[in-house]
Design a protein around this ligand. Structure first.
Ligand code: ING
Length: 315
């Protein structure tokens, strides 16, 4: 057994954030959970996607209105500074999702990775934007990520941090195997993400239980097939009457769930992740260099949508 290397990972699941909840009140909740996570041995705390506000893409409004109410013009800023201060005081790093307005006016669904000295060491901007950009007047709510956010422009970077390599993604990204393969081909050992997943599908009559099962199967398969630890933080419960699933989890490279939130409220789960489990799988069944055959995978990057079957090679 290779020498074990442990990283204390926490997921800080959030209950609802309502339209009228102030950033200050939300950040107070985040600080409380960070302190609990630190007390329980965590060195990296994962917060949800769009953690500072309600999941505003559910509402029809202009981009200007959305920016005014829900986007951050700088990071850190006065509202979020208490979280950075608490993290530095406890010597703990964190992942935080928020709506980013850049100085040049671009809008992204963004996450940052912050080290134990409260320095921002990495930024990710969501590339798989679900939903739509038109006003679906007959739908019970909207899902306007394609209206309010631009496709991310920083790729899927992996950062040397916490004595390992950490990749970030956001919500819908987790459903796409490409997200995780891009991280694991950069030798990421830990993947972190936040999500806001509505229970109701506005496009077709999807059974509600499938929201949880597809969320979990995406993470468990990706963790195993990429030999990574994955920590996923929900913002969940009913936000002004709009329900989102919980199910925050920490998944081992075996694909097994080692910690899972049981509530739909603010809840901290913690694991001492033994990173040597990554090596067990990367050295054998998923030894990429030894077993992968990219010459047969070209279609994955050459095609966007599904098309005709490839010509059958003559044998
Ligand atoms: N939310 C959902 C998610 O990917 C969704 C949207 C749910 C898309 C289920 C497809 C199926 O978890 C965000 N914010 O991406």
């Amino acid at each position: 057994m290779s020498n074990s290397r442990h990283l204390g990972i926490a997921v800080a699941q959030m209950g609802p954030v309502h339209l009228n909840d102030s950033r200050a009140a939300v950040v107070k909740r985040l600080v409380e959970m960070l302190n609990e996570a630190a007390s329980r041995g965590a060195k990296l705390v994962v917060f949800p996607e769009l953690a500072l506000t309600t999941f505003f893409p559910r509402y029809w409004m202009t981009e200007e209105e959305a920016v005014e109410r829900f986007f951050e013009r700088s990071m850190p800023n006065k509202d979020v500074q208490p979280l950075f201060d608490a993290a530095k005081a406890r010597g703990v790093g964190f992942y935080l999702g928020y709506a980013e307005l850049t100085p040049s006016g671009e809008r992204f669904n963004t996450s940052i990775l912050v080290d134990a000295n409260a320095n921002i060491i990495g930024k990710y901007r969501k590339i798989h934007l679900p939903g739509h950009s038109d006003h679906k007047v007959d739908a019970p709510f909207q899902h306007l990520e394609k209206k309010f956010f631009e496709v991310g422009d920083v790729g899927i970077p992996v950062f040397e941090a916490f004595d390992t390599r950490v990749g970030m993604c956001l919500c819908n990204d987790r459903r796409w195997p490409e997200t995780w393969r891009v991280m694991s081909l950069q030798s990421a050992e830990v993947g972190v993400l936040g999500y806001n997943t509505p229970s109701v599908n506005i496009h077709w009559n999807e059974p509600v239980h499938l929201r949880m099962s597809t969320h979990l199967v995406s993470l468990q398969a990706s963790a195993y097939q990429n030999a990574m630890w994955i920590a996923a933080a929900a913002k969940c419960g009913s936000e002004d009457g709009h329900h989102m699933i919980g199910g925050s989890v920490i998944v081992a490279p075996t694909g097994e769930i080692v910690a899972r939130a049981i509530s739909e409220d603010d809840e901290v789960i913690v694991t001492s992740a033994d990173l040597s489990w990554v090596e067990n799988f990367r050295n054998h069944v998923f030894n990429f260099a030894k077993h992968r055959r990219p010459e047969h995978y070209k279609i994955i990057v050459e095609r966007t949508g599904a098309g005709e079957p490839l010509p059958i090679p003559k044998i």
